[in-house]
Design a protein around this ligand. Structure first.
Ligand SMILES: Nc1nc2c(ncn2[C@@H]2O[C@H](COP(=O)(O)OP(=O)(O)OP(=O)(O)O)[C@@H](O)[C@H]2O)c(=O)[nH]1
Ligand SMILES: [Mg+2]
Length: 462
């Protein structure tokens, strides 16, 4: 991506029918370029942060649209450069024609993310904040939105920066004052060093541990609904998403291919996958469905195992569940004992230690409260502690996770070096390496390839 200091433009809003659209122009010539195709105020003469009504004209001087032009002079603008924002009427034509006119009058079409990249290069936000801009745009649930916003506001960066400063101080301390080859190392200094390393290690571990939550927030929770034919899996899916997504029928073997449906529950996005009933079958199509059902369990975040309360779990199902848990020890399984409306008295539940909820999915069609126990069991299974999680402490970004893991390894090496009485310069090396990793997250240390990769994820106009 070009990091040239030229003047760029792009349409900032989505295509299609809309009341308004916005175009942005940024760079040293932004005001001059806009002024060449604006009939209204004399833009080079106006004050910063003022809006002006007028007409945007094309290369032939013909009016394209009535617009409002807002002028932001450097450095008090989103990119830190001179910026002009043009608000025009939405739709497919006006924004395109205005963009063409701005190009004809000296601007260049912006690359994806180039506005945000300039904001980063001009110190308006750090790299983690810039990435949060993309996350915010891509957010598909309330929680994902909240975490990205908190990262954009810089609270996550502040935490990393505080850690970095502490390590910086530590490194300087080690480099200047400690020489572990000497025997008379000041005891207090060593203790302080140990304590600081321990704190850093703990902070990094906390951030790393939050990544699992971050992933669930970012990508949603994939819940596979499995069980024998006719247990009520499709009925449960429909109740959970609040609409008739899957076909329900008294004939066992109704669902064949997987049926997916999404719902946002308590700010988190869930993707429910209803599958073919698990059983031995000679029907080739159904058998393929069963194979797919088993395969999809492997890729789920949690399994809802539905069975008919009037029949109970049979021996084959017990074996199936035990085998599954042996193969996937970390996969949470919630048992759903269904058709509670058909029993007078609840029979004893065979849970094998798995969390089990007793419900009537059919009742859930009319009243979603009837499936509320399933929802809370799901939340307990996958999203424990999610409610109390401080959004600014959640790591949602894979790139950050890698740097945090490397930083923690470096800290752990430093701890071992210290315990083993290694020389001060060895210790300093590990601390420097941890610092480097943390700096890569906020962009204090960057290289162009990394920047290109990050900003190419953005849309044009951002
Ligand atoms: N009484 C009662 N009937 C239910 C309940 N849940 C489902 N059923 C009925 O059980 C039958 C099977 O329901 P489905 O939801 O199609 O079951 P399934 O597990 O998806 O079945 P397959 O797709 O064939 O594997 C239907 O006739 C449902 O109306 C319930 O809670 N109570
Ligand atoms: Mg079904």
């Amino acid at each position: 991506m070009s990091t040239r200091n030229d003047t760029i433009t792009a349409i900032a809003t989505a295509r299609g029918q809309a009341a308004l659209a916005i175009l942005r122009v940024s760079g040293p010539e932004a005001i001059a370029v806009a002024n060449r195709c604006f009939r209204g105020a004399d833009l080079p003469a106006v004050a910063s942060h003022t809006a002006h009504v007028g007409y945007l004209t094309d290369a032939e001087g013909q009016d394209i649209d009535q617009v409002v032009v807002t002028v932001f002079r450097a450095p008090k603008s989103a990119t830190g450069e001179d910026v002009v924002e043009v608000s025009c009427h939405g739709g497919d034509l006006a924004p395109q024609l205005i963009q063409q006119s701005l190009l004809d009058h000296g601007a260049r079409l912006a690359e994806p993310g180039e506005f945000t990249q300039r904001a980063f290069l001009n110190g308006k936000l750090d790299l983690a904040q810039a990435e949060a801009v993309a996350d915010l745009i891509h957010a598909s649930s309330t929680k994902a939105h909240r975490v990205s916003l908190s990262h954009l506001q810089g609270r996550y960066s502040e935490r990393l920066e505080a850690l970095r400063e502490e390590l910086l101080e530590l490194a300087a301390f080690v480099e200047l004052e400690l020489d572990f080859s000497e025997e008379d190392v000041a005891f207090a200094d060593r203790e302080r060093l140990e304590a600081l390393l321990q704190t850093s290690e703990r902070l990094l571990s906390e951030l790393l541990a939050s990544y699992r939550t971050g992933e669930l927030i970012r990508d949603g929770v994939r819940v596979v609904i499995g069980g024998r034919p006719n247990a009520g899996k499709s009925t449960l899916l429909n109740a959970l998403v609040g609409r008739d997504r899957a076909i329900v029928s008294p004939t066992p073997g109704t669902t064949r291919d997987a049926v997916e449906a999404e719902a946002e529950i308590d700010g988190l996005r869930y993707r429910f996958v209803d599958t073919a009933g698990l059983r031995e079958t000679s029907d080739a199509i159904e058998a393929e469905g069963v194979r797919r059902a088993e395969a999809s369990i492997e890729h789920s975040d949690v399994l809802l195992y539905v069975y008919d309360l009037t029949e109970g779990l049979d021996a084959a199902e017990h074996t199936f569940l035990q085998r599954l848990q042996a193969a996937h020890p970390t996969l949470p399984v919630v048992q759903v004992a269904n058709k509670a409306d058909l029993v007078e008295e609840e029979p004893p539940i065979q849970s094998d230690g798995r969390p089990t909820v007793v419900i009537s999915a059919e009742e859930g069609q009319r009243n979603t409260d009837a499936v509320a126990p399933v929802v809370s069991a799901l939340q307990d299974a996958v999203a424990e502690g999610l409610e109390d999680t401080d959004a600014s402490h959640v790591v949602m970004n894979q790139r950050h996770r890698q740097h945090l893991a490397s930083a923690r390894e470096a800290i752990q090496r430093a701890q071992q070096a210290l315990a083993g009485g290694a020389a001060g310069d060895m210790l300093a090396l590990d601390l420097r390496s941890a610092l480097h990793e943390l700096g890569a997250i906020t962009g204090a240390i960057t290289n162009e390839d990394v920047l290109d990769q990050i900003f190419s994820r953005f849309c044009i106009g951002k």
